[in-house]
Design a protein around this ligand. Structure first.
Ligand code: ADP
Length: 255
């Protein structure tokens, strides 16, 4: 579904991603991990076509360089840490914005009953039906995060890119979000690529893990490649084993 070949990109003169190549199959859940500043967000932006890059990024066999923004958005939704907040909008209106690609004539064409039902369904899935008419400026960080997930779902993408989606969420909603995305990926072969920091969530959620360091892939592989903690120690320069002793031991028994 996604092929990334020899991708290099960055900001102005400074190169962040240095020759990154990997493939993601339809239906896979991939977690990207690595220290702050190693290029995780940059990689997600490049995949979503938000940053110009050298090399090739193909979505379902089509180079994103040849796709229009709307074409990319019909396949890929990106959920960033710092989403733009449209302060005068309600929850419902914000989620409806995710639907504009599917609305004939764009947002000015007016949503059909199907579009409205679809938005309500997305709100229901993230548990926000009760607050659908609230102004989003009155919501908590966790509720806002869920609004943006619902907006991404309303886009009906085949690939969701997540940038630390659990940041503002309490434990209950972290697990619910991860569980929901797991199901979303497992049905209909949808794909999720997410940046998560909590190694426990990564181990629970991911099929495959990509460890990035200084703009390069140190390892892209199965979860079992990571459970001894050695790769993580090398990249994070700390005693991960000591810190994660119990959880890595637990996962070690699982794989
Ligand atoms: P990560 O997500 O792994 O923390 P990022 O991809 O956000 O890392 O950033 C990688 C590098 O690119 C960092 O050195 C960061 O300072 C730099 N960077 C990120 N965004 C910008 C930007 N908009 N302009 C210039 N440099 C940036």
């Amino acid at each position: 579904m996604l092929k990334v070949e020899n991708v290099r990109c960055g900001y102005n003169e400074s190169e962040v991603l240095k020759d990154v190549s990997f493939h993601v199959k339809k239906g896979e859940k991939v977690c990207i991990i690595g220290p702050n500043g190693c290029g995780k967000t940059t990689l997600l932006k490049a995949i979503a076509g938000l940053l110009k890059s050298e090399g090739d990024i193909n979505l379902d066999g089509i180079p994103i360089k040849r796709m229009k923004r709307t074409e990319i958005a019909s396949k890929v939704a990106i959920l960033m840490q710092n989403e733009t907040v449209y302060f005068s909008y309600t929850v419902y209106e914000t989620v409806l914005l995710g639907r504009y690609l599917h609305i004939k004539g764009g947002i000015l064409g007016g949503p059909t009953k199907h579009d409205k039902d679809f938005v309500m369904d997305c709100l229901d899935k993230v548990g926000l039906t009760d607050v659908k008419d609230r102004q989003i400026k009155t919501l908590s960080g966790g509720q806002l995060q869920r609004v943006f997930l619902a907006k991404a779902l309303a886009q009906e993408p085949r690939l969701i890119l997540l940038d630390e989606p659990t940041n503002h969420l309490d434990l209950k909603f972290q697990l619910e979000l991860i569980e929901y995305l797991k199901q979303w990926a497992n049905t209909d072969g949808n794909t999720v690529i997410g940046v998560l920091h909590d190694i426990n969530l990564v181990m629970y959620f991911a099929d495959k893990i990509m460890l990035l360091s200084d703009g390069q892939i140190v390892k892209y592989g199965e979860k079992s490649d990571f459970v001894d903690g050695k790769l993580l120690e090398k990249v994070y320069h700390m005693d991960i084993k000591g810190y994660m002793q119990n959880s890595l031991k637990m996962w070690n028994n699982v794989f």
